[in-house]
Design a protein around this ligand. Structure first.
Ligand code: HEC
Length: 239
């Protein structure tokens, strides 16, 4: 199915708090830093991307986002990217050219450290007839085992499995982390396809929302390394 491009003829924050960057929201609120597309730009693949100042807690997204036209709700797929602190919203049906749509984000949305928007956020845009190609499906990434062995296994190994976690081999990683509950918070360590609900990723973000130390304790992995782990989890965490 091809999705319509969206012409954002008027991206406006309608709520009372004022500017789109949330600069008038109180300290401690979850804030929007950027939207893509911006006002008047074309969303070639129909995806709306909103960048926040904190990574979102994936388990709070369902029910917090609605796209409506007149009184009609459009079905949506949402995807949280915790590394880039983004929320991606993709309509599941073609939008109707010339019709205006409103994207509603409620205050039930949370960052991993528990912040919420100070006010509900509302973006308005008009759908454009331009059809858009879906991005090519990338080949599924493989388990970046070397990263776990190099950066985690010194402490997470069979002799000293810190926190009960053994990240020294693929089978140990699967046994002690895949679909296994964290001992620290009521979250799964690695939930296939959902890095945004995986506590192991949250420990590696260095953005709060955890018990104990962030991982690895010496400092965050390089962005590309964290990306490889996130991509592997989101692809289903298969071999
Ligand atoms: C220097 C030792 C050390 C290194 C290296 C290390 N960890 Fe840890 N890890 C610990 C200790 C100690 C704990 C338990 C206390 C805490 O969480 O602070 C722990 C706990 C954890 C937990 C929490 C387990 C639970 O049940 O919630 C996760 C997840 C984790 N580590 C992931 C990693 C990952 C992923 C890496 C590599 C990128 C890594 N750790 C590297 C020492 C380490």
């Amino acid at each position: 199915m091809k999705l319509s491009g969206l012409l954002f003829s008027s991206v406006v924050l309608l709520s009372s708090c004022g500017s789109i960057d949330g600069s008038q929201q109180g300290p401690g609120a979850l804030r929007v830093l950027q939207t893509d597309p911006q006002d008047g730009a074309l969303a070639y693949d129909g995806v709306v991307t909103i960048t926040f100042d904190k990574p979102l807690a994936g388990e709070t997204v369902a029910g917090a986002i609605r796209l409506v036209s007149a009184n009609r709700a459009v079905s949506l797929a949402t995807r949280v990217d915790q590394q880039y602190r983004q929320l991606q919203i993709r309509p599941q049906t073609a939008l109707i050219a010339g019709l205006s749509y409103r994207l509603l984000i409620s205050t039930s949305l949370r960052s991993i450290d528990g912040r919420r928007p100070a006010d509900p956020l509302v973006f308005s845009f008009t759908a454009h007839a331009e059809s858009a190609g879906l991005p090519a499906t990338p080949t599924p990434p493989t388990l970046p085992l070397d990263l776990f062995v190099d950066h985690c296994a010194p402490c997470h190994n069979p002799r000293r499995p810190a926190g009960g976690l053994d990240l020294s081999t693929e089978s140990a990683l699967r046994q002690t982390a895949l679909n296994v509950r964290s001992r620290q918070l009521p979250l799964t360590l690695i939930e296939p396809r959902r890095h945004d609900r995986s506590y192991l990723v949250r420990k590696m973000l260095f953005s709060g929302g955890i018990r104990g130390e962030p991982m690895p304790p010496a400092g965050p992995l390089a962005a590309a390394q964290l990306r490889a782990i996130i991509d592997w989890i989101d692809s289903g965490a298969s071999e």
